[in-house]
Design a protein around this ligand. Structure first.
Ligand code: SF4
Ligand code: SF4
Length: 404
């Protein structure tokens, strides 16, 4: 075995039913940039029939890891596991500068310094006219800066006792970059859970689950972070490990495979829940105030395809008086954010963002609800660059505005 068991690759029967679901195939129309084509390549790599040339690695790099192909596949091919096994393996065949740059990015994004730099990011987002400047210059970087929330919230207490009848205990995964940039959404998540009768435990300090280095093929760093996170999150007596970031939730559910034979990791994997999934399961009390908005739901890949959470978001929003849900065409096609993809594959990320923005404009929505911080930043940047009058918000923040 080079990087994965051959049986996993052989599950693919080459039917091609996944092709129409694959964002890179939709954009490029090339077999090698489709799920089936990439599985062919991985199989040939595994069997030593092709070498990991720059061209072969390029086709794998262009994969978003969105797992839309898994949803579409009738044969149960675990594509996510295949590409996650292939990525660390191909790292060693990159030219050294590229390999070091990717490793440095993986370490930087998960370093505590990011939390401190976020203060500057919040301040930069307040610069008047930043969005207009981004649009005039066509600068994605300025648009991202203008998309960051403008303030940091107060710190949550270590424990929030539930309102009313206790329904269980949740450990909140505050995240690394998510906590630094979207701390308000973490506060809203904790308060909504408390409102639903959940006792919420908030671990001190940033807890990085390891999802970002995983995208960059840095398996060793991912395991290191996951092991540390599992120690912090496997709180005795907790019923759920809850996150509002789809990418984190998807990896938490995989901890048992990532760290086989490690009981703490298995505990976290078994308890992992998306915040909206849990709120829908427990049921929210009636909204305290209406929200007169037309809302379209974007389904983050790692929520819809990796965790199977879709209807819960719509059910919760539809229950708020005044909310009108509208259809978003291709709601579960990747927006181009995909973890670190919009940093490493900027051209394709921009193409997919353009595709998403066109569909948002056609939907007639005033608000796009997206349950993943990376998607929010990406689509907010797209909205700014295209001058659309559409807000992009986390569903948790929309619910907090009506329930708290
Ligand atoms: S994970 Fe996404 S981008 Fe990659 S092959 Fe599957 S559908 Fe295509
Ligand atoms: S991954 Fe699934 S849907 Fe795609 S070609 Fe293989 S068997 Fe068919």
């Amino acid at each position: 075995m080079r990087f994965v068991e051959r049986e996993k690759l052989q599950t693919c029967v080459h039917c091609g039913l996944c092709l129409a679901a694959c964002p890179t195939y939709l954009e490029l129309g090339l077999e090698a940039d489709s799920p089936r084509g990439r599985i062919y390549l991985m199989r040939a790599l595994e069997e030593g029939e092709v070498e990991p040339t720059p061209e072969v690695v390029r086709h794998l790099d262009l994969c978003l890891g969105c797992r839309a192909c898994e949803t579409a596949c009738p044969s149960g091919v675990e594509y996510g596991a295949l590409i996650e096994a292939a990525r660390p393996w191909v790292e060693r065949f990159r030219p050294a500068p590229a390999r070091w740059a990717r490793r440095a990015l993986a370490r930087l994004l998960t370093a505590p310094v990011v939390g401190r730099a976020a203060v500057a990011a919040h301040l930069a987002a307040r610069i008047p006219g930043l969005g207009g400047l981004a649009r005039r210059r066509g600068s994605a970087w300025l648009a991202y800066a203008a998309s960051i929330p403008r303030r940091r919230p107060a710190r949550l207490p270590e424990v929030l006792e539930p309102d009313g009848r206790p329904r269980g205990t949740a450990v909140l995964v505050t995240g690394c970059i998510a906590e630094a940039l979207f701390g308000e959404t973490n506060v809203a998540t904790a308060l909504l859970l408390r409102r639903a009768g959940v006792r919420v435990v908030v671990p001190r300090g940033a807890v990085c689950c390891g999802a970002l280095p995983m995208h960059l093929g840095d398996a060793a760093h991912t395991r290191r972070l996951a092991r540390r996170a599992a120690e912090v999150l496997s709180v005795t007596g907790a019923d759920w490990v809850v996150t509002n970031a789809a990418g984190c939730g998807a990896l938490l559910r995989e901890y048992a495979d990532l760290l086989p034979g490690e009981p703490l990791a298995a505990t976290v994997a078994a308890r992992a829940r998306d915040a909206l999934e849990l709120l829908a399961e427990l049921g929210m009390p009636s909204a305290a105030r209406p929200l007169s908005r037309t809302i379209a739901v974007h389904d983050p890949c790692h929520l819809a395809h990796a965790q199977g959470v879709r209807s819960q978001v719509r059910t919760l929003l539809a229950a708020v008086p005044g909310v009108r849900l509208v259809e978003l065409e291709e709601s579960d096609v990747c927006c181009g954010s995909a973890g670190t993809y919009n940093l490493t594959e900027r051209a394709m990320a921009r193409r997919l963002l353009q595709r998403k923005i066109e569909r948002i404009a056609r939907s007639g929505a005033e608000v796009v609800a997206a349950a993943n911080p990376g998607c929010i930043l990406q689509m907010r940047a797209g909205v700014i660059l295209h001058g659309l009058q559409v807000a992009v918000e986390h569903p948790v923040d929309l619910l907090a505005a009506t329930h708290l």
